[in-house]
Design a protein around this ligand. Structure first.
Ligand SMILES: Cc1cc2nc3c(=O)[nH]c(=O)nc-3n(C[C@H](O)[C@H](O)[C@H](O)COP(=O)(O)O)c2cc1C
Length: 58
């Protein structure tokens, strides 16, 4: 099962550890941070998602 909706890497990891689902899908945080994984690894702060960011994808 795949968990979605409002999870961070930390809360998603906790949910996987708790057996709530097997895989986590992260959406909006990745739109806001295309370098999401690199930021997690480096500890660099994440940029918060805003709806205006969608316009930049088109
Ligand atoms: C721009 C955008 C479009 C989306 N379109 C769909 C869609 O067509 N069908 C769907 O099931 N979920 C859609 N979603 C939801 C994502 O698949 C995903 O479940 C959700 O964004 C994950 O939660 P998160 O953004 O809080 O990480 C969309 C999300 C965004 C941000």
């Amino acid at each position: 099962m795949i968990g979605v909706g409002g999870y961070s890497a930390a809360t998603g990891s906790d949910a996987i550890q708790a057996g709530k689902f097997d895989l986590l899908a992260i959406g909006r945080p990745l739109i806001a941070n295309p370098d999401y994984v690199a930021k997690l690894k480096s500890g660099e702060p994440l940029i918060d998602y805003s709806d205006e960011m969608l316009a930049q994808l088109i």
